[in-house]
Design a binder for this molecule. Structure first.
Ligand code: S3P
Length: 434
């Protein structure tokens, strides 16, 4: 599928909601499958990644039903889960593959995990290695330790693990395995990553302590309590609209019900220091997570730097922030962001190739890049490389460009935000798909 976008959209005004948070939705399904009782989720996002997680727990014998506006998960506890008859297909979803590996290791269930072409290129040793130190028997595929990955049955024991990369996926895999281990499972990380697993485990009655860079779980956790929540709006999806509105003077866009977890809201802090005017309203708590309404006003922006400690809090937003940097006065730098190279695509090279085509002055280096601005964007033929965040970032850049742009390989929006094009249309942007 290709997007065709007419640029120079003019002032944007409107109020909107975004799909439920993808990270929380994955955890909701996986943890509810371990719980004893029925969990009910409203506002559940229907992106392909979250659907992969639903299929995965169904393959383990857990009943999941879609009833009107809600998803119901009929958990019967860890012991009731069964080895799947066939390999579990995690599709494009790294979170499904990595968290599931931890869940299987902690539940003593044998399974093979496979994925699509992009997921099969992504590193899996980062979870297999720490899980092996807990007794897990896991084989990844050569070269490079990728999928297919086989998790064999093996008794699991607790451990203290120091991660070299700040990764919520690796931390969560270890904690999931720790549910089945006797004693204290601890994870330390170099910089704080999102803590949805810790918060949700606490809500579901697990004995867990956590603070930035540290989590400790007391196992074994015999049973988790079921959970019923409204999944808050995904800040990673909201970011496209927050950034777009911030770049167009006189625009005013309101986004209701967005998750404001500090491990995810780095993009708002960064935009604010670039001079964006963002109001946070109606702070409330949903399922142990902070939720807010956002009002964004467009205006002049200035350059900024993003360094390693801040990267985990905006890891998925760096592509769209790079578009904002093209409109900011001065040279912006991103460093300590090597992780971007092992996402659904190499997001450093992919983003800079597209922005260069749009006339942006930028420089790439191993763990980041620089972008100079303000730079009027030229329309271009862009390639989304099958990566949802690249596709949507290019679409936002195209809204600002003079003339008509096309984005090839754009069907990946369905991974996290199937309604992205209609949401843009509702703000008055001319976007068609062919
Ligand atoms: C995620 C964590 C991040 C993020 C990914 C979702 C999660 O990955 O990029 O989109 O739900 O835990 P890492 O933890 O590997 O950085």
């Amino acid at each position: 599928m290709t997007f065709v976008i007419k640029g120079e959209a003019g002032v944007l005004k409107g109020s909107m909601m975004v799909p439920g948070d993808k990270s929380i939705a994955h955890r909701a399904i996986l943890f509810a499958a371990l719980a004893e009782g029925v969990s009910v989720f409203r506002g559940f996002p229907r992106g392909a990644d979250n659907l992969s997680t639903i299929s995965a727990v169904r393959a383990l014998g857990c009943k999941v039903e879609e009833v009107e506006d809600r998803i119901e998960v009929y958990g019967k506890g860890r012991e009731a889960l069964r080895a799947p008859k066939e390999p579990i297909d995690c599709g494009n979803s790294g979170t499904t593959a990595r968290l599931l590996a931890g869940l299987l290791a902690g539940s003593n269930i044998e399974a093979t995990l496979v994925g699509d072409e992009s997921l099969t290129r992504r590193p899996m040793e980062r979870i297999a290695a720490p899980l092996r130190t807990m007794g897990a028997k896991i084989e990844t595929s050569a070269p490079g330790g990728t999928l297919p990955m086989v998790i064999h049955r093996a008794p699991i024991r607790n451990n203290r693990i120091e991660l070299t990369v700040a990764s919520a996926q690796v931390k969560s895999a270890v904690l999931l395995a720790g549910l089945g281990a006797k004693g204290r499972t601890e994870v330390e990380e170099p910089f704080p990553s999102r803590d949805h697993t810790e918060r949700m485990f606490a809500e579901m009655g697990a004995d867990i302590e956590y603070r930035p860079c540290h989590a400790a779980l007391e196992g074994p956790v015999e049973s988790l309590k079921p959970l019923s929540i409204q999944i808050p709006g995904d800040p990673s999806s909201a970011a496209f609209f927050v950034c777009l509105a911030a770049m167009i003077p006189k625009s005013e866009v309101q986004i209701l019900g967005v998750l404001d977890n500090p491990g995810r809201s780095g993009y708002l802090k960064i935009l604010e220091r670039m001079g964006a005017k963002i109001q946070k309203k109606n702070l409330r708590s949903v399922g142990g997570e902070p939720v807010i309404d956002l009002v964004v006003h467009g205006g002049e922006l200035k350059c900024t730097d993003i360094n390693a400690p801040e990267v985990p809090s905006c890891i998925d937003e760096i592509p769209i922030l790079s578009v904002v940097m093209t409109q900011a006065d001065g040279q912006s730098t991103v460093s300590g962001a090597r992780e971007l190279r092992v996402k659904e695509a190499d997001r450093i090279t992919g983003m800079l190739e597209g922005l260069s085509k749009m006339g942006v002055e930028c420089d790439e280096f191993e763990d980041g890049f620089t972008i100079s601005g303000p730079n009027p964007l030229l329309s271009a033929e862009l390639n989304g490389l099958g990566d949802h965040r690249l596709v949507m970032s290019f679409a936002i850049a195209a809204v600002l460009a003079k003339g008509e742009s096309t984005i090839k390989d754009a069907s990946a929006v369905a991974i996290s935000f199937p309604g992205f094009a209609s949401a843009l249309q509702q703000l008055g942007v001319q976007i068609t798909q062919s």
